[in-house]
Design a protein around this ligand. Structure first.
Ligand code: 5RP
Length: 264
């Protein structure tokens, strides 16, 4: 592997091979998402626990300090909104020059497999991989989002992850599922990272699915709303960090969560 590619990937994945990415890109189609109205404020207390931020160039420039920054995964697909006809109708929003100028560690792009825009979004991914590989920049494919999320079962997720990897994604982000998640991971030749989805009712549910996903081969998380929409975001982040990087189980994660909450 080229030095630049390896260097960037190693800034995202820690020595244990695991990662905790913190996505704050939701505004690119949802506008000012609850608890992410001021992204710079939201991330401040969480930066100690995450390994990278997933963010658009607009929020990166206006809300993230370039000095001493966490590694950046730049969201480079978009062009649709909650108010529009179909979230899947995405384009590539960011040029390779901009990607290089922002000195990012990776880029992220959504693909909508099974949607009317399957081919278009897979074409976006292929084009992006072609450009980014020239400069040693890894591409993370974001699968099974939007309406497609309703099909959250292993067969569909495995299909999405494998296709994204076949087209050249270096990392694939997908959803955890309660049955056969190991098959999703095993069928994908590149690391699989779990997204969170809408906020769960309890923190314990989050710890449970993250722990289960890690036991079944995922290398980490790209988890947003279940962290920063929690009334206790720091406690959640610290507990998740322990599952990802310190081999904590659900019981230990819950203890860490309780300790942080009661120390306030
Ligand atoms: C939106 C994304 C988000 O990064 C992703 O959904 C993860 O965030 P959350 O854990 O809140 O679902 O890619 O398309």
């Amino acid at each position: 592997m080229d030095w630049g590619m390896q260097n960037r990937l190693s800034s995202l994945f820690q020595k244990d091979g695991h990662c905790f990415f913190l996505p704050i890109d939701h505004g690119y189609f949802q506008g000012p998402t609850h608890c992410l109205e001021k992204p710079g404020e939201t991330i401040k207390p969480l930066l100690n626990y995450c390994d990278a931020l997933f963010v658009t160039r607009g929020v990166l420039r206006s809300c993230v300090d370039p000095i001493d920054s966490k590694p950046i995964i730049l969201r480079v697909s978009g062009g649709t909104s909650m108010a529009g006809k179909d979230l899947a109708n995405e384009i590539l929003t960011t040029s390779i020059e901009e990607i290089i100028r922002l000195n990012v560690s990776a880029v992220g792009i959504s693909v909508f497999i099974g949607s009317d825009y399957e081919k278009q979004t897979l074409k976006n991914l292929s084009k992006l991989v072609n450009k980014c590989e020239n400069y040693g920049i890894p591409v993370m494919a974001v699968t099974a989002v939007g309406k497609e999320m309703e099909k959250r079962e292993a067969r569909y997720l495995a299909l999405c992850c494998r296709i994204a990897a076949e087209l050249g994604a270096r990392v694939v982000k997908t959803y955890w599922c309660d049955k056969d998640f190991d098959k999703v991971v095993k069928g994908c030749p590149v690391p699989v990272v779990m997204a969170g989805g809408p906020k769960c009712e309890t923190e314990k549910e989050v710890f449970e699915f993250v722990y289960d996903g890690m036991q079944n081969g995922s290398v980490g998380i790209n988890l947003g709303r279940n962290v920063w929409q929690s009334p206790q975001p720091v406690a959640v982040a610290k507990a998740l960090y322990a599952i990802i990087h310190k081999k904590a189980d659900v019981k230990r994660a819950q203890e860490i969560f309780n300790e942080v909450v009661s120390s306030k």
